[in-house]
Design a protein around this ligand. Structure first.
Ligand code: DON
Length: 308
């Protein structure tokens, strides 16, 4: 029997098992550029704090991280602005789909949390108000924490989403009508679509999130990214809101803070232990990677490494 701390062996075993099982769901057709991705891609990269990383399958292929980027924009806004951001966005799970409009009416334009589309737009608006060059500055932040200058936006994907982004346009204008978007909606949406279009492979994604798993993490200039308390709070939001109306299910089955994207990526982390990135483009009906969820459930069960 494989030892529960032998992460590479468990990654191989679980990957084989999930790869041989069903691959249900479909790629995200509502963004035309994402519909072109091969739905059979499947990659994993595990990066422990103390050991070297381990990848399997298509872990070197870049994909659109989509909503996973919302954690990064939130982190930058929290770093720059501090607790004032919570006056503009809540920290409660919404229990609704990621692109829902319904709660904004009764909540007077204050999104329930920063990981649903509405909340991420408010964070983009804050960044536009505080950064001289939001797109360049955000990219520089991500490159710094990933320690890679080759991370970039995909202009094709951003353009593709913008061409059909009617719901997001509605959301942004609706929030603006309550006064919780300060800049021009067009500008906020352009930044939002760019942010979501970031491309990374599984290894880069796992590396990018190390600042939330490792209390001793430092950026390129040896600077701390967030305080320990701020990092803990971001992890708490991922735990309760990272999978929208499937956040309870992810917590129940996997037991780690994490974030999904409609590109089929999932990033999950165990504070003080590891970051893990999984990519498989077929999504379940909640918009979360079907195989990604399965893989992580089996991985945390085999390694007994849920946070609970
Ligand atoms: O706004 C959207 O619909 C996409 N750019 C992001 C949605 C997303 O990734 C939801 N995650 N599972």
């Amino acid at each position: 029997m494989t030892k529960k701390t032998d992460y590479p062996a468990i990654i191989e075993e679980v990957f084989e098992k999930v790869n041989q099982g069903e691959n249900l769901g479909d790629v995200a057709h509502y963004i035309p550029e994402l519909a072109k991705v091969n739905p059979e891609n499947f990659g994993v990269y595990l990066l422990p704090l103390e050991e070297k990383g381990h990848g399997i399958g298509n872990w070197q292929e870049k994909f659109s991280i989509q909503s996973i980027a919302k954690v990064l924009s939130l982190s930058l806004a929290y770093k720059m602005i501090g607790d004032d951001i919570w006056e503009r966005v809540g920290v409660e799970p919404s229990g609704n789909p990621f692109n829902s409009l319904v709660q904004l009416e009764t909540d007077n334009g204050i999104p329930r949390n920063p990981l649903i589309n509405a909340g991420a737009m408010v964070i983009c608006d804050l960044l536009i108000s505080h950064l001289p060059n939001p797109e360049e500055d955000f990219l520089a932040f991500v490159r710094n924490i990933c320690s890679s200058q080759e991370i970039n936006y995909s202009l094709e994907i951003a353009r593709s989403e913008k061409s059909v982004g009617y719901r997001n346009v509605a959301l942004c204008n609706f929030i603006k009508s309550f006064g919780n978007i300060k800049n021009r909606p067009e500008e906020v949406l352009d930044f939002y679509f760019k942010m979501c279009s970031l491309k990374m492979n599984c290894q880069q994604l796992a590396r990018t999130f190390m600042f939330l798993a490792d209390d001793n993490f430092r950026g390129i200039n040896q600077e701390r990214i967030l305080s320990i308390s701020q990092a803990k709070r971001i992890n708490a939001i991922m735990q309760t809101c990272g999978f929208y109306d499937e956040s309870g299910e992810f917590s129940f089955k996997v037991g780690l803070p994490g974030k999904s994207g409609v590109g089929g990526g999932i990033l999950a982390l165990h504070p003080d232990k590891y970051c893990i990135a999984v990519w498989s483009p077929r999504l379940n009906e909640k918009g979360n990677s079907y195989r990604g969820m399965k893989f992580l459930e089996l991985f945390t069960s085999s390694t007994e490494s849920s946070i609970f």
